[in-house]
Design a protein around this ligand. Structure first.
Ligand SMILES: [Zn+2]
Length: 316
């Protein structure tokens, strides 16, 4: 009799526990669920999708609430590729209707390129996803691309960001941190914070856009650490990636990047990036305003296409 009542008591506890846990799980799953529909059409679904966004652009874009965390996706199914195949990492600078510099792409041209990516079912990777692909050989969809911007021009926020949101694309901006909140042509802290919450990663492009190959090891370490800490303070999360100004580096640069806690770094030119690249000087594909859509497609689809450009900063 004793035994039976004990069993009953514990069963009751168990039932109560299960009933308490179910709504908790439901809440957690519902908040952060994202579903992979098919390999070429990844949908990132957030509970907050339908909420108005705290930004001036009236477009919907999946956002988390406060803590800026975009979950890494795991890709499954057919049509995947591994890191021996490589991926184009596109490098942009300014998205502006000003003319006269090949680093300034018009809004129309930029939008046409993103529409092209969307129409062809490209998946835009976050740099965390790219890192997992390069470093750990986690598979990604065959048609994957990463979109990056150098320097941190305010037009990235004003012009590129609304278009990226429209297409629900991820991208990364490498910022010269000493310019932040100092010059009107550079994105400011609140824009950095807002974009980061809305799927645009903000990473380091050093403190003052130094040519790293001319600096001592200690000075390289300093600019890398200072810029990383500056961004981490704004973003309240770890900054793991850096792009070298002018794409210039020396042996010390690779060591300094590693020792200042970056796990992946980019140069400015090259072809597609794959596992044969040093993870501290990954290739990127240069995109110029002189390119029409067919040249864009050529660079996007031809991994061996020779990639040449001369300069990579508009103004300081
Ligand atoms: Zn630059």
């Amino acid at each position: 009799m004793m035994q039976k009542s004990k069993v009953f008591k514990w069963s009751l506890y168990l039932i109560i526990l299960v009933f308490l846990t179910i709504p908790l799980f439901y809440l957690i799953i519902n908040k952060y669920l994202y579903i992979t529909n098919s390999t070429n059409n990844q949908q990132f679904i957030h509970k907050d999708n339908d909420k108005p966004l705290n930004n001036p652009h009236n477009t919907t874009f999946p956002s988390t609430d406060a803590k800026n965390t975009y979950l890494k996706r795991s890709f499954s199914g057919p049509n995947l590729k591994y890191n021996n195949e490589g991926i184009p990492v596109l490098m942009y600078h300014s998205i502006s209707n000003k003319k006269g510099n090949e680093l300034q792409l018009s809004k129309d041209l930029f939008e046409a390129q993103l529409k092209f990516l969307k129409d062809k079912n490209y998946t835009t990777l976050s740099l965390d996803e790219l890192y997992d692909f390069i470093a750990f050989n986690k598979p990604i969809p065959k048609k994957s691309v990463a979109i990056t911007f150098d320097d941190g021009y305010v037009d990235n926020y004003l012009n590129a960001y609304p278009i990226l949101k429209k297409y629900n694309f991820r991208a990364t901006i490498f910022v010269i941190t000493d310019n932040v909140d100092k010059y009107s042509h550079t994105i400011n802290s609140s824009q950095i914070k807002e974009m980061s919450i809305n799927g645009i990663d903000i990473m380091s492009h050093t403190e003052k856009h130094e040519d790293l190959s001319t600096l001592t090891y200690d000075k390289q370490l300093y600019t890398m650490n200072t810029s990383r800490k500056f961004l981490e303070k704004i973003l309240e999360k770890k900054v793991n990636y850096i792009a070298y100004p002018y794409g210039r580096w020396n042996k010390d640069t690779l060591k300094a990047a590693k020792n200042s806690d970056y796990t992946m770094a980019f140069s400015t030119s090259g072809t597609w990036t794959d596992k044969s690249d040093d993870i501290y000087k990954l290739d990127r594909v240069y995109i110029s305003s002189n390119f029409d859509l067919s040249e864009f497609e050529r660079r996007l689809t031809n991994r061996n296409y020779n990639n040449i450009h001369s300069k990579n900063i508009l103004s300081q």
